[in-house]
Structures are given as structure tokens and as C-alpha cells.
Write a protein that binds this ligand. Structure first.
Ligand code: FAD
Length: 365
């Protein structure tokens, strides 16, 4: 049977999800090549730092909204049917404050905190909170059932599913996208999937100037909040956020955070960490039931990750570079997990279009 050589560049949540979706097709010989792999912690690698939950933020009509909507069904299925994937359901509360409307964080969470949110019929148990259940400075609030992933389990689980389906996994650093074929056993890539996240801004042949970092700082603690909660902003600055989520299967609780546009700073800021912890216990006193103080938080680690922001939203497109077919799937900012499957299916559609167009493979897909 004729086979098509596919190289997926990148082993973050987008690269691995895309490889897994493609691996279900016969006739595709897939290699994933990446500088960083699950298990690594590096400032150039966003996926290990994510919470990661499903808090939809795509504007109605956008590709992101389409990807988020599609992804919910798969996260829900995995949550119910595949406990070893490290996802669990979480009851969620979101609070909106009018004064956050123009801030970086307020804009990010604009759709999330709406009382008539577009996803109200997508997620289960969506309900508007009565004023009596809101914090004093919030004007709006909703509750619904969402999920939270333990990314330390979820990423290796996807990787394992890829390997089970025959995908080859390799380490490598590409300076130009056209080098992808040299990592495939056939010595060529009929189609390359570009899932390089933030580094799409530096990869030869791509050099996407609209991609930039959105710095996020977190504190991971052992304390259990009992609810997943976020607010549209804080009084500590436009780029600071408060969100709390408990990861599945012992992954600890992630306290966030911030969205600092354009910052490449890899080290945690101790003052910001202190503010994150104080805001978290103020919002969710059940984190520290004995003393009500930050000192009761049992810290696992401090972390910093850079969200792969992209002006205009995620790029899921096909393009020929130096005569080679490339399918881009990058630029998922703070929503790579919650939009990952929808985005991977879109990339799959583009791969199938190319195969049809080029008749690269005659095998039945
Ligand atoms: P990455 O994970 O960065 O992976 C890129 C891959 O490409 C890596 O394997 C890298 O080594 C490889 N690569 C790049 N360039 C090259 C090259 N030249 N040669 C070889 N390999 C290369 N999202 C959610 O949905 N929900 C959340 O709750 C959430 N919380 C977050 C909290 C924080 C603090 C942060 C920082 C992010 C959060 N995100 C969340 C966003 C999410 O983490 C990202 O959208 C997602 O991880 C991006 O995945 P990616 O695969 O595109 O990029």
C-alpha cells in the first residue's frame, strides 16, 4: 500500500492531538519531531504549564469558538470513558466585574463571564448566579460543569495513544520548516504539520510576526478548593488575573495568574506570587480552612509559562513553502487545551484536502 509521509513538528498539546487524530487514518506514516517533549519543563514549551481547564473565550462566529465548541464533546467523552487520561469534571463559578471591561484580562474573559454565554447550552448545568451568591465587587456570575486536566498525565496519555497507533516520536530542532522531511524514515515529508506554538515566530520559512508571548505565572499547591473559580480581573493591575483549578488525579491545585502581553520573562516574580496566593484565598477561603492565611498554602512549585498569543487568533491553514505542503496549527494563546481537538480536526480536514488535491496517496483513507 502506498503511504504518505507526514511529519508533525511539535509535541505540545496541539502537535500530539493532531498526530493522534491523523494516526487513525490508514496510509499515513507519521513522525512527530520536537525540541521539547512531555516531561520537560521549559519556558519555550507552553503545554506543561497550563491549568488546564475548559473556560471558553472564543467570540461568537470565530474559528476559536468553533474549535472550543467541538472540543467540549471530546473532553467530556474522555472524562467519562478514559479515567487514566487525567481529566475530571469540576463545578465552576465565574464572576464578572464591570470595571474590568477594557483591561487585558477583562478582554480575555469577556465571553467567559457573560450571563448569556454562547456555551450555556454546550456545557452541563449552566446557571446564572443570583446576586446574593456573588462576591461584593462582582456584578455578574455563572456556574456550570467544566473539566480540569492534569497535564502531567494528559500529555503522556496522548503521546502513548500516538505510539500505540504506530506514530514515531523523535527529538530534533528545526531551523527551517523545510527540514521536517529529514526526520522521517522515508527522508521526506509529503505534508508537514507546523505545531510549533510560540516558536512559530522564530522558525525559518514561517517567522510569523503576529505571534508573541502572553506570560502566565502560577503557584501549584496541595490545598483543595472544592470549586473551580475565576474573576474577570483584579485591583492589582490590568494584566493580573485570579483563577483557581484543581487538577485531576493528584495534580494539585493551580492558582493563577496573569496575562502579560509581550513578556519573555521566564522567572517567577515573588511579589506577584504573593498577590496570586492572597487573591486566591480571599476568593476561595476553603483553600485555607484552618487559619485563613497564605501560610497555610502548601506550595508544590511556582511556575511561568508563555502562552503562544497570535494577533487574529489561532492559525489553522494550509500553505506551500518552497514547494512543500505545510498545514499550520499554532497560536492558541491561553486556550490550547480547550480548543485542541477541534483545531486538530480542522488540521486533519486540510490534510485530507491536500491528499485529495495532490493524489499523493491512493490508499483508502
Ligand atoms: P507548545 O506546548 O509550546 O508546544 C510547541 C512544541 O513545538 C514543543 O514541543 C516545541 O519543542 C516544538 N517546537 C517549536 N519550535 C520547534 C523547532 N524549531 N524545532 C523542533 N520543535 C519545535 N489552555 C487551556 O486550554 N486551558 C487552560 O486552563 C490553560 N491554562 C494555561 C495557563 C498558563 C499559565 C499557560 C502558560 C498556558 C495555559 N493554557 C491553557 C494555554 C496552553 O498551555 C497553550 O495554548 C498550549 O499549551 C499551546 O500548545 P502548543 O502545542 O501550541 O505549544
Amino acid at each position: 500500500m502506498a503511504t504518505t509521509s507526514i511529519v508533525v513538528v511539535g509535541a505540545g498539546v496541539l502537535g500530539l492531538s493532531t498526530a493522534l487524530v491523523l494516526s487513525k487514518h490508514k496510509g499515513l506514516d507519521i513522525t512527530v519531531v520536537a525540541k521539547h517533549m512531555p516531561g520537560d519543563f521549559d519556558i519555550e514549551y507552553a503545554s506543561p504549564w497550563a491549568g488546564a481547564n475548559f473556560f471558553p473565550v472564543g467570540a461568537p462566529g470565530s474559528d476559536l469558538q468553533k474549535f472550543e465548541k467541538a472540543t467540549w464533546g471530546e473532553l467530556d467523552r474522555i472524562c467519562r470513558e478514559v479515567p487514566e487520561a487525567g481529566i475530571h469534571f469540576q463545578e465552576t463559578k465565574t464572576y464578572g466585574r464591570k470595571k474590568d471591561a477594557g483591561t487585558a484580562v477583562g478582554q480575555w474573559f469577556q465571553e467567559l463571564v457573560k450571563e448569556d454565554a454562547w456555551f450555556k447550552d454546550v456545557v452541563p448545568n449552566f446557571r446564572v448566579l443570583p446576586k446574593s451568591e456573588l462576591p461584593p465587587d462582582a456584578e455578574t456570575g455563572t456556574t456550570f460543569t467544566s473539566v480540569c486536566m492534569n497535564v502531567s498525565v494528559y500529555l503522556p496519555w496522548i503521546l502513548g495513544q500516538c505510539v500505540k497507533n504506530g506514530v514515531t516520536i523523535r527529538r530534533g530542532i528545526l531551523s527551517h520548516i523545510s527540514e521536517a522531511g529529514s526526520y522521517h524514515s522515508s527522508g521526506k515529508a509529503d505534508i508537514t504539520l507546523n505545531c510549533t506554538g510560540l516558536l512559530a515566530s522564530k522558525l525559518g520559512g514561517v517567522m510569523d510576526a503576529s505571534v508573541y508571548p502572553g506570560r502566565g505565572q502560577i503557584v501549584v499547591v496541595r490545598n483543595e478548593p472544592g470549586v473551580m473559580v475565576t474573576v474577570s480581573g483584579t485591583d492589582d493591575g490590568d494584566e493580573e488575573a485570579t483563577y483557581i483549578m484543581q487538577r485531576a488525579v493528584g495534580g494539585g491545585t493551580v492558582l493563577g495568574g496573569c496575562l502579560q502581553h509581550g513578556s519573555w520573562e521566564s522567572q517567577p516574580d515573588p511579589n506577584l506570587a504573593q498577590r496570586i496566593m492572597q487573591r486566591s484565598i480571599d476568593l476561595c477561603p476553603s483553600l485555607v480552612p484552618k487559619t485563613g492565611k497564605v501560610t497555610e498554602l502548601s506550595i508544590i512549585r511556582h511556575g511561568v509559562g508563555l502562552r503562544p498569543m497570535r494577533k487574529g487568533g489561532p492559525r489553522v491553514e494550509k500553505e506551500k513553502i518552497d514547494g512543500n505542503w505545510i498545514v499550520h496549527n499554532y497560536g492558541h494563546a491561553g486556550y490550547g487545551y480547550q480548543s485542541g481537538w477541534g483545531s486538530a480536526w480542522e488540521a486533519e480536514k486540510l490534510v485530507l484536502e491536500i491528499l485529495k488535491q495532490e493524489s499523493v496517496v491512493k490508499a483508502k483513507l
